[in-house]
Ligand binder design. Sequence first.
Ligand SMILES: NC(=O)c1ccc[n+]([C@@H]2O[C@H](COP(=O)([O-])OP(=O)(O)OC[C@H]3O[C@@H](n4cnc5c(N)ncnc54)[C@H](O)[C@@H]3O)[C@@H](O)[C@H]2O)c1
Length: 317
Amino acid sequence: MKLIAPQDVRRIALLGAGTIGSGWAVHYLARGMTLTLYDPASDAEQRVRAFIAKAWPTMCRLGLSAGADPDAFRIAPDPIEAVRDADFVQESGPERTDLKRDLYRRVDEALPPGVVVASSTSGLPMTALQADLPGAARYVTGHPVNPPHLIPLVEVVGGSATAPEVIEWALAFYRAQGKRAIHIRKEVPGMLVNRLQVALWREAVHAVADGIASVEDVDAAVVHALGLRWALIGPHLTIHLAGGPGGMRRHLEHLGPSIEDWWQDLGAPKLEPQVNEKLIEGIEAETAGRSYDDLVAERDALLVEVLQTLKQARGAS
Ligand SMILES: NC(=O)c1ccc[n+]([C@@H]2O[C@H](COP(=O)([O-])OP(=O)(O)OC[C@H]3O[C@@H](n4cnc5c(N)ncnc54)[C@H](O)[C@@H]3O)[C@@H](O)[C@H]2O)c1
């Protein structure tokens, strides 16, 4: 398959402009791209304009690419018109197989040859989404982490019909767009980020359900210990450093058996009414009446500080 060079992409079509599509819009506009958006909701244009206006000052702070323009987008009346001149398509429609398949069927014929379509899907296997499409080989999952204009990671996963060069292309494209793209080599539910997240949350729920700690104290254990390190080094490197100069090898010899015992003791809680009530009461105590909007604004403001600090310290984009 002849594909455009990833660094030559200039025009991007976004299908779906909700929470994730709007975040992608901000990200790609800040990278100097020109966008065409399709979203059938009657208030989509108004929502996306408001989202961009609110996020743009943050993007200015984080740094814009040459030519970045918050107005470099137009709304297309239908998906075919949206993709007609696109160099790349990012689909962020609702998480429904029938809807995504229908959308792909409609755009597949209209797409210029060699244009890759990435789905933001969090959980639908690409193998099912691309099945029976004439252009199946060009479809790949490019899963962002919310909010996509702030969190750098993208998980790239191919379906059974995705061409290997399309996976390579998507990894190179996202990296050229300032993202940290990783290749998930098997289509497993939840890919990697969400699996890691729910693995920890499983024990976090168990700790509350079993009376080991309050919701607030569980959150404190992550925010004031684990999470601080995890913004810098991952869980494997954490263990490697915990082993002293002998590193991972020494740690596995020294503490491997104890860790296996702890694994055996980890909980497998059920999200049943009694447990759910404890979680809800606990989060109400922790948030102490602060609104959803305030919590999100505080999270994103602190996230920008962390991103800027890391960028300056590492000297990378
Ligand atoms: N919300 C998250 O945290 C998150 C994170 C990563 C990935 N995702 C994935 O991103 C995708 C979008 O999720 P979201 O949270 O933005 O949902 P959302 O409900 O906020 O947005 C979906 C948008 O798609 C539009 N839409 C409806 N029918 C459409 C169609 N036929 N064609 C194009 N657009 C259509 C809707 O009007 C809406 O604006 C999903 O596949 C989801 O799994 C979500």
